[in-house]
Write a protein that binds this ligand. Structure first.
Ligand code: SF4
Length: 217
């Protein structure tokens, strides 16, 4: 069963992957923007991810509070921004917002492999939080990506004209009632939670012709 959403909406995580060019099948993001659907259970171990992510978030919260920051965590940080030109809602929930002395830091904790979309995700937060989340309004906002072995600071100045243009281009794709093309491949479909019930082109098995040995080289 799938049903259209009252308003097209996309999570920052999906949008950032599209902007970072980490997925070729833009149709999957478009479909998620427009429809609620029964999600396919992929092999992703969400319980293990949640436990390790939770540990890292708690460590950061304890450290920031010990340094005198006022800290807001996950659900407290949920925001939604509806475009004026493009009728698409962008929603997000950064892990941590920490305030002190007129400065606000938004932090996202990353326990998996580093990806380009980590940066895009943070830049979207820096673009949208000042206009959507009360504790951040009027403050100087900067970002931090928290990895197990490194903290990477992201400056608000990185939200430049190029990034804004990329953001608008991605939203334009998602707001179009003409879907972008599907790009089915085993490499991408196996991590996709959209079942063959909604996507007939889904590829669930590796094509043996793409992995055969050849005497050419
Ligand atoms: S199953 Fe594959 S082709 Fe279908 S939406 Fe997902 S990634 Fe795209």
């Amino acid at each position: 069963m799938h049903a259209p959403k009252a308003l097209p909406s996309i999570w920052v995580t999906g949008l950032s992957r599209l902007m970072a060019d980490e997925m070729q099948c833009a149709w999957s993001v478009w479909f998620r923007t427009y429809f609620r659907y029964e999600k396919l259970n992929t092999n992703f171990d969400s319980a293990k991810w949640s436990a390790s992510h939770r540990t890292l978030v708690n460590e950061r919260v304890n450290m920031l509070e010990a340094e005198g920051y006022t800290v807001y965590v996950e659900g407290e940080n949920r925001f939604e921004v509806l475009g004026r030109e493009y009728l698409v809602k962008v929603a997000g929930k950064p892990d941590i917002i920490a305030l002190k002395d007129g400065h606000a830091w938004v932090e996202d904790c990353k326990t998996g492999q580093r990806k380009n979309s980590d940066l895009y995700q943070m830049l979207i937060y820096l673009l949208l939080l000042p206009v959507s989340l009360a504790p951040c309004q009027g403050l100087s906002l900067q970002g931090r990506l928290i990895y197990r072995d490194e903290v990477v600071e992201i400056r608000a100045t990185q939200v430049n004209q190029d990034f804004r243009a990329q953001f608008r281009a991605a939203i334009a794709i998602l707001s179009s009632t003409t879907p972008p093309r599907k790009v089915p491949s085993f490499q991408e479909c196996r991590f996709c939670d959209i079942s063959a019930q909604y996507c007939l082109e889904r590829v669930d098995h590796e094509n043996p012709h793409t992995s055969s040995e050849h005497g050419l080289f």
